[in-house]
Design a protein around this ligand. Structure first.
Ligand SMILES: NC(=O)c1ccc[n+]([C@@H]2O[C@H](COP(=O)([O-])OP(=O)(O)OC[C@H]3O[C@@H](n4cnc5c(N)ncnc54)[C@H](O)[C@@H]3O)[C@@H](O)[C@H]2O)c1
Length: 248
């Protein structure tokens, strides 16, 4: 039976790669993003390859918009049992320059967005007694990252949320894991922040054991594995996909 997946932040970068990959694996995919045009472009790509998808314009921080989007997706393809919480924003600011507004916005999207979307989708998974949730955190949650206190704190909280949800939802047949990407190039976020990162891509490259920077498809590969039937014994885990990264 075709499974229905919802990917947040699906219009670009890692989210887009996850949408394309899950569609290739036979999922009907809800592509949710604040960038509706970007969602529609991803849906066209999926449909051109023979897959099924639906564009959903919504902010993960807006419970009403998320609820409407999930209702639309369910009506079109059926219950949603795969969720990839990927939508996120980044910002570089010295700790003392982070305003209350900047802190709250970071938490609202990266952390509360994950909370909201998971709560809204959960009833379908519980009813099916089966579900797969993949939260995209960040290697900065593990290492910290210069001038990213609010970002790394939001992602650290996503890691703890993952572990707790794994405990609460395991008895319902639902697994919850997180992937903390590091050094993934060719996304809007990594291109926009190229010159702000603590280490240049060139410096990072020299430190990475695999001697190449990451691509969105590297994360999508791990995501596709985590949502499989056979991965049911993996939950509450942090699956690092970072080329063996040893610096923050
Ligand atoms: N690229 C990296 O190296 C890297 C490293 C660590 C973590 N991450 C995480 O991976 C995820 C994807 O990042 P990316 O590099 O692909 O970035 P990206 O900017 O290319 O994609 C993020 C997408 O999220 C969407 N988005 C932003 N705010 C939203 C909101 N409120 N509601 C819905 N959608 C929203 C954006 O429109 C965009 O399409 C993020 O959570 C990011 O923190 C990326």
């Amino acid at each position: 039976m075709q499974k229905v997946a919802l990917v947040t932040g699906g219009a670009a970068g890692i989210g887009r790669a996850c949408c394309l990959r899950l569609a290739r694996e036979g999922h009907a995919v809800g592509v949710l993003d604040v960038n509706l045009e970007g969602c529609e472009a991803v849906v066209r790509e999926i449909e051109a390859a023979g897959g099924k998808a639906l564009a959903l314009g919504a902010s993960v921080a807006d419970r009403r918009a998320v609820t409407e989007a999930v209702t639309q997706l369910r009506a079109k393809f059926g219950p949603i049992t795969v969720l990839v919480n990927n939508a996120g924003i980044a910002q570089f600011l010295p700790f003392e320059e982070i305003t209350d507004e900047a802190w709250d916005r970071m938490m609202a999207i990266n952390l509360k967005g994950t909370f909201i979307v998971t709560q809204v989708v959960l009833p379908d998974m519980k009813a099916a007694r089966w579900g797969r949730i993949v939260n995209i955190s960040s290697s900065s949650a593990q290492t910290g990252a210069l001038k990213m206190a609010h970002y790394s704190a939001s992602k650290g909280a996503v890691v703890s949320l993952t572990r707790t949800l794994a405990q609460e939802l395991g008895p319902h047949g639902i697994t919850v894991n997180n992937i903390p990407p590091g050094s993934v190039m060719h996304t809007l976020m990594s291109e926009a922040n190229r010159d702000k990162m603590q280490y240049s891509p060139e410096t990072l490259l020299a430190t990475l054991p695999v001697r190449r920077l990451g691509e969105p498809e590297d994360i999508a590969n791990a995501c596709a594995w985590l949502v499989k039937e056979e991965t049911g014994y993996v939950t509450g885990q942090t699956i690092g996909v970072n080329g063996g990264r040893i610096v923050s």
